[in-house]
Ligand binder design. Sequence first.
Ligand SMILES: [Zn+2]
Ligand SMILES: [Zn+2]
Length: 178
Amino acid sequence: MEVWKEFEANQLTHSAAHYLVAVHDLIGEQGYARAADVAKKLGIARSSASMGLHALIEKNYLKEDTNKFLQMTPDGKRVAEEIIGKKVVLKRFFQDILKVKPYQAEVDTCKIEHLISSETGANLLAFIRFMSSADPQVKKVLEKFWQLSETCPGLKDCPVCETTCLKELMPAKLRVVS
Ligand SMILES: [Zn+2]
Ligand SMILES: [Zn+2]
């Protein structure tokens, strides 16, 4: 199967990811979560929350007891925690390393937090840890990075562009922060 099709078949939808994390957070904050609590927390209609939560129950990420209190299954807990971890890592990467504006970092994180693999998340975490270290050599590299010219030296000399100049495909200006 082509990658993009395979991935549509397996992934949680964006809203399902937010519902699952909301249940996880509510249980952590107040010890319980019902559909009404999720609706309130996410600012959505009670009926949408119920529908989304039922899909998660069917996937065996959540359970509902006879009093309509939701519980995380071990699978649900694992998936929710992974999303939470990736969310923090991505936000740090965009905001602290790439210096993307906080609001944009938040938006871009929200769009992909539930989509990247654990492997990518773990490698990104290691990269951020390295780039955030107090090692003077790392600091020097970062300084150099922010002095970088954003002009592509041409396909022959560019270490990144292969057959197309990527800078032409993505003409947004580099946001230089010192
Ligand atoms: Zn999101
Ligand atoms: Zn280039």
